[in-house]
Design a protein around this ligand. Structure first.
Ligand SMILES: [Zn+2]
Length: 167
């Protein structure tokens, strides 16, 4: 069990809002509480902390927002569903049955759209470039941290979740 997860579990167990906030999870629980009906009880929070407490809080929050805003999750995702969603892998199979590359996962594309909306630059480096994939599946230039043009294009094209899944 990772140290971050254990620390989070302890904080949730104690109801220590300051520690939960310091760990970045106040934002996660806020999304979990507000985007779907009914607030979480401590036992529910503990289940989420156990399932995905080892994942960076930003990634968990982004995943929740993407699930909610893409209409893929009309009900609050269960801890196990969320764990699957925050770990996009090459073997992740979306509802349509088509396997997605990690950098084409709806979560990654939603994050790219968010970054573009926040005026995050697309990489314009010349010559050989290396792109690194972050925890959310976003491809960033190793030199300038700019977004990969191809992924940015895909993200904008996939702005309609229904089309993205049906494509
Ligand atoms: Zn670059």
């Amino acid at each position: 069990m990772s140290a971050a997860r254990e620390e989070l579990r302890q904080a949730v167990h104690r109801g220590d809002d300051v520690a939960i906030d310091r760990l970045g999870w106040a934002a996660v629980f806020e999304v979990l509480d507000r985007f779907w009906a009914k607030r979480l009880a401590t036992a529910d929070r503990l289940a989420y902390a156990t399932a995905v407490g080892h994942v960076p809080a930003d990634t968990v929050r982004d995943t929740l927002v993407a699930l909610a805003s893409s209409g893929q999750s009309p009900y609050r995702p269960a801890p196990a569903q969320l764990a699957a969603a925050v770990a996009p892998t090459a073997t992740n199979t979306p509802p349509g049955g088509r396997r997605l590359r990690t950098d084409q996962h709806p979560v990654a594309l939603a994050r790219v759209r968010e970054l573009l909306a926040a005026s995050h630059p697309v990489c314009g480096c010349r010559g050989a470039r290396q792109f690194l994939r972050d925890a959310a599946g976003v491809m960033r230039c190793a030199a300038c941290t700019g977004l990969e043009q191809g992924q940015a294009d895909t993200a904008l094209e996939a702005d309609q979740p229904d089309e993205a899944l049906a494509a």
